[in-house]
Design a protein around this ligand. Structure first.
Ligand code: AMP
Ligand code: ZN
Length: 468
């Protein structure tokens, strides 16, 4: 499995992470289904934008990209995206030049006067088969230099770009220059996974021209199919609009955390809409996602922390098994994450009612936890480690001099300062105060905990608490 990774020229935005979470869900589900995977992701650490920005800042390409690669890996970890085997374009430049040389031998590539190399599309009649575009009327020999171009033009695209004054370049068997974006992925995927491999993933904007061009380059060279299956996540919109800096609706993952949102809420939201559907990001949706994760965590805490009498019941065993079957069936249906989420919340609703009615026995707990576990192997939101992740983003924001750090974030991080044992001790004192009807003392402890970011709830089963 090969996924097109980030171009590390800036911090990743939530659209990027929409795609990376979708790919992570795919990867996790294949593994849960028993497949053994060799999973590779590339880091595009050389392209037009990177060359331009590093020249502008007067630093090397490596210096420029190192910062954003690190940020990408931290953000991906914050979202519990499992790491693939990473490959970097700048570590494979000689192989890319050799690949172009071989294409030239086969007449699929030609050299322009300036020393750049282009792919000869007219020699590859099945060009367009992935994006299902008909390029019959295309102009033979028309060339395109940039990595991205209009939807319906088939042009000979750059495989290798001759150096321009002041820009980074590499010496190679085909002369000095740098690889085009498309050749990077053909070379690195085939190097790690062979001439033909199973799955190739990315966002929907990559279908054309990026993946179309990867197919052309690879199949022209080997005469064999490149990837058996393609997986493309549909785009994320913000409140129904395309994200753009000028519209003020452009958000990096870090922007959302600075507003006080938890990484787990963001992951839950990004995974909630099946990958084949456009995801319309809204603040409302993010709040709901936060509440959903909370509901699941509270339910688990109820199960693990509750006192239940001995025994077990047929009904709960059946509920847990049905839920596990529905989780599988939903995800087997083209990764219908919405169905899988509905299945787990149906279980939580029914089981919560059973707990309220005193109908849950000790033996009912493990099957319910097992269903939750099966869900979380894919959705990865149950572990309550948001505060630590938010803390490191808060520290980063301070070091960058960011002015948009919210009080919610500061409170959530403050809650981290109290250990679980500290909180439990204060809660016990609060309970004792309530028993002796000293409500002043109990309220004071509650206020103190609240200001440290601990939410305290008084229920009929006793006092419950959680971190903000
Ligand atoms: P880039 O860093 O630009 O190479 O993009 C990394 C990944 O994010 C690619 O797979 C893109 O297709 C994907 N992507 C970019 N914008 C969006 C968006 N708005 N929604 C979903 N995926 C996106
Ligand atoms: Zn790629």
């Amino acid at each position: 499995m090969y996924a097109c990774g980030p171009t590390v020229y800036d911090y990743g935005h939530i659209g990027n992470f929409r795609t990376f979470v979708a790919v992570d869900v795919l990867h996790r589900f294949l593994r849960q289904s028993g497949y053994k995977l060799h999973y590779v992701m590339n880091i595009t650490d050389v392209d037009d934008k990177i060359i331009r920005n590093s020249a502008r800042d007067g630093v090397s390409v490596k210096q420029y990209t190192a910062k954003y690669e690190k940020a990408f890996l931290e953000d991906a970890a914050a979202l519990n995206i499992e790491e693939a085997q990473l490959v970097r374009a700048t570590d494979h430049i000689p192989e890319m030049a050799e690949f172009v040389a071989k294409l030239q031998e086969k007449d699929f590539a030609y050299r322009a006067e300036d020393g750049s190399y282009y792919f000869r599309i007219a020699k590859f009649p099945s060009y367009g088969k992935l994006s299902k575009r008909d390029f019959a009327g295309m102009q033979d020999g028309a060339r395109i230099d940039v990595d991205e171009y209009e939807k319906d033009s088939a042009r000979d695209f750059a495989l290798w770009k001759a150096p321009k004054p002041g820009e980074a370049s590499w010496d190679s068997v085909i002369g000095p220059g740098r690889p085009g974006w498309h050749i990077e992925c053909s070379v690195m995927s085939m190097e790690e996974l062979g001439e033909t491999f199973d799955l190739h993933a990315g966002g929907e904007d990559l279908i054309f021209p990026h993946h179309e061009n990867e197919i052309a380059q690879s199949e022209a060279l080997t005469g064999k199919p490149f990837a058996h299956f393609w997986f493309h996540a549909r785009f994320l919109l913000v409140e129904g609009e395309k994200m753009s800096k000028s519209q003020g609706n452009f958000f990096t993952l870090r922007d959302l955390v600075l507003k006080g949102y938890k990484p787990s809420s963001i992951r839950f939201l990004l995974a909630s809409i099946p990958y084949r559907h456009q995801l319309n990001f809204t603040w409302d949706g993010l709040q709901q996602a936060a509440a959903s994760v909370e509901r699941l965590r509270n339910f688990r805490q109820r199960l693990t922390g509750g006192q239940f009498s001995d025994g077990s019941g047929e009904i709960i065993a059946r509920l847990a098994q049905e839920t596990k079957d529905r989780l599988r069936a939903g995800l087997e249906d083209d990764l219908n994450t919405a169905q899988a989420q509905a299945a787990i919340f149906d279980m939580v609703r029914t089981a919560n009612a059973a707990i309220d009615a005193g109908q849950i026995k000790k033996g009912d707990v493990p099957p319910l936890l097992a269903a939750l576990e099966q869900f979380d192997e894919i959705f990865a939101v149950l572990k309550d480690d948001d505060a630590a992740k938010m803390k490191s983003i808060l520290e980063w924001a301070k070091s960058e001099g960011r002015e948009d750090i919210s009080k919610d974030l500061i409170d959530a991080v403050a809650a981290q300062q109290l250990s679980n044992a500290d909180v439990e001790k204060r809660i016990a004192e609060m309970e004792a105060a309530r028993k002796s009807k000293d409500f002043r003392a109990s309220d004071a402890i509650r206020a103190e905990l609240t200001s440290a970011g601990i939410i305290v709830e008084i229920t009929k089963d006793g006092i419950r608490w959680r971190r903000k």
